[in-house]
Design a protein around this ligand. Sequence first.
Ligand SMILES: N[C@@H](CCC(=O)N[C@@H](CS)C(=O)NCC(=O)O)C(=O)O
Length: 313
Amino acid sequence: MTVHTGINPRTDTGTAAPAYASPVDYDAYGSYGPGRLHLSPGWNRPIYPFQGRITADGSSGYRAEPGRYHLYVAWVCPYAHRAAIVRKLKGLEEVVSLSYVDDERDGRGWAFRERRGPDPVNGFTLLEQAYDATEKGYPGHISVPVLWDRRRGRIVSNNFPDITIDLATQFEEWADRSVDLYPRALRPEINKLNAWIYHDVNTGVSRVARAASERERDNERQRVAGMLRSLDRRLEERRYLLGDTVTEADVRLWVTLARYDTEYNRHHLITEHDLSGFPNLWGYARDLYTLPAFAETTEGLPDTWRTPHGRDR
Ligand SMILES: N[C@@H](CCC(=O)N[C@@H](CS)C(=O)NCC(=O)O)C(=O)O
């Protein structure tokens, strides 16, 4: 299917040199965070202020249309990674465009550099410019993922849970409808599971790393390990978390599993064994990795992720 991508010819035909931010410079700009990142002591979710929703009928002010929206994501960010996976699972590559910010950031926040390419839509050099174009002088998070509306020239949302749900449900006219990541009948269970996974796994691993005392670290460690054990048991009986098909909940969990051995559990900070110590979770994680939507949006997994997983039934 060919659809108009709406990509700005000034920045995408190669006639103009791509615009890039200057290299990361901590001396000049400091590190990203102070004044921007508002993490509460209990690791409650900070407020992500742009929470527009895309709807198939346009009733929200943002109608699902091919070529209208763009995703800014980072390879290194698990929350943004979800949006890239869902876009591909739903076959929306020609419908919603996507580009990557650089992996590193100084006090200026996420930026576009040679390593990951330019901003093909606006030619911004800093993602901050997208925030500023949406709200002049915006003082808060410069976070990814960002869902950008070309038509209105503003951010629709930087609220990661809404972005994947809207990609999964509102673009059906152009999407692969054989993939239903958020089946109506399963929504209550998916929502419940997502909330646990968010608290005990996705942010649980971060709470271990940032614990203020050994006692706190131990509690947080136990919480994550307990949840991984319980998910491992759940997967004894089912191929995916909700049964025979991949859903939103699997995408939520997978991005943390993919980083477990190499990042979160390095030096066995959380559990004594690697992901392979949870046999069902380990098989499940490799099973999902055989799908192009997971494999092609992920970098740096060791070859062991390609070994047979024995779960294709
Ligand atoms: N943690 C967020 C999701 C988004 C997020 O944390 N993105 C990170 C990169 S992984 C980011 O851009 N952080 C900058 C910020 O929030 O100021 C949430 O719980 O809603």
